[in-house]
Design a protein around this ligand. Structure first.
Ligand code: SF4
Ligand code: SF4
Ligand code: SF4
Length: 169
């Protein structure tokens, strides 16, 4: 294969990478993409001002700006029915902490632990003055409070896959 071919295939591979899922506001319906008119009413209604406009025009939650209180103001403002009031337990996102965490690199910080009301984050002492954050996703509500206070920007969010059930004979 020529270098030009390899380069083209590499770029094609990169371009075909699936986009990571967008963090739509709480109560997003399965047919959200068809229902949302990009009106922005949900963003204007959010008392925490954490809903921003994605380049596609869709509203997305940005936890760098603050945390979600699951107040449902966004869903109540949505006349199109793309968002519907939901229970906090319906929110599928959970926090994860990456290796840029200050504590993991020997700089003392407990901002996320202090911010986390459900006490989902603990620290395990390591050598050389380092500590490892341990996040219990079963305790985590996905509220985003830790992300908005993390000075290292080390906290991201994912939708955990359901555990595969063991098959019984
Ligand atoms: S539930 Fe409330 S705090 Fe959370 S995004 Fe909607 S309006 Fe904002
Ligand atoms: S209020 Fe509803 S229709 Fe308008 S941008 Fe928000 S989700 Fe979309
Ligand atoms: S998202 Fe909320 S509940 Fe989860 S670890 Fe962060 S502060 Fe705690």
């Amino acid at each position: 294969m020529t270098t030009e071919h390899s380069r083209r295939n590499f770029l094609r591979g990169r371009l075909s990478q699936p986009e990571p899922p967008r963090m739509r506001p709480p109560g997003a319906q399965p047919s959200f993409a068809n229902l949302c008119t990009h009106c922005g009413d949900c963003a204007r209604a959010c008392p925490e001002a954490i809903i921003i406009r994605h380049p596609s025009g869709e509203p997305v939650v940005d936890f760098a700006r603050g945390a979600c209180t699951f107040c449902n103001a966004c869903a109540e403002a949505c006349e199109a029915g793309a968002l519907k009031p939901a229970a906090p337990s319906d929110w599928p996102w959970r926090a994860t902490i990456d290796t840029s965490c200050f504590s993991l690199n020997g700089v003392f910080c407990r901002s996320c632990e202090d911010a986390c009301e459900p006490r989902a984050i603990r620290f395990r002492l390591m050598t050389a003055g380092r500590s490892a954050p341990v996040l219990d996703q079963d305790q985590c509500t996905g509220c985003g409070e830790c992300a908005s206070t993390c000075p290292a920007g080390a906290i991201a969010f994912e939708v955990p896959r359901p555990a595969t059930e063991e098959k019984t004979a």
